[in-house]
Design a protein around this ligand. Structure first.
Ligand code: SF4
Ligand code: SF4
Length: 107
């Protein structure tokens, strides 16, 4: 997960750099070892487990909205670390959000 992708119309290359962080609207459960995630970005789910806080628009609270990149990249949860660019789920998420190729604002 972001770094963020789209099929570039020019190159047909999949890249997180032009994606609007589609996968950062998915639920992210915290696992053993995710101890460095800042607590302000964590909430409890209905079963008492820890998940990344998502805001009213559905995106993870740790997503920088100007850059659409992860603001806690170096300490992001294991699930985010293991999310594979270009796998089935990534491609499905990219289809789900119709703003893939909008340019990001500069930080
Ligand atoms: S949906 Fe895929 S391309 Fe987009 S940010 Fe996530 S991993 Fe990258
Ligand atoms: S922690 Fe970072 S990579 Fe993971 S969902 Fe949130 S913004 Fe995306």
């Amino acid at each position: 997960m972001p770094y963020t992708a789209a099929m570039s119309p020019a190159t047909d290359t999949l890249s997180c750099s032009s994606c609007r962080a589609c996968c950062c609207q998915l639920e992210v459960m915290l696992m053993a070892g995710d101890d460095d995630v800042p607590p302000q970005f964590i909430e409890q789910d209905a079963w008492g487990g820890e998940v990344m806080l998502r805001l009213d628009d559905g995106w993870c609270a740790a997503l920088n909205r100007k850059t659409m990149m992860c603001s806690i990249y170096t300490v992001r949860p294991l699930i985010c670390r293991e999310y594979e660019l270009g796998d089935h789920d990534c491609l499905e998420q990219r289809k789900r959000i119709p703003i893939l190729s909008l340019p990001r604002e500069q930080a």
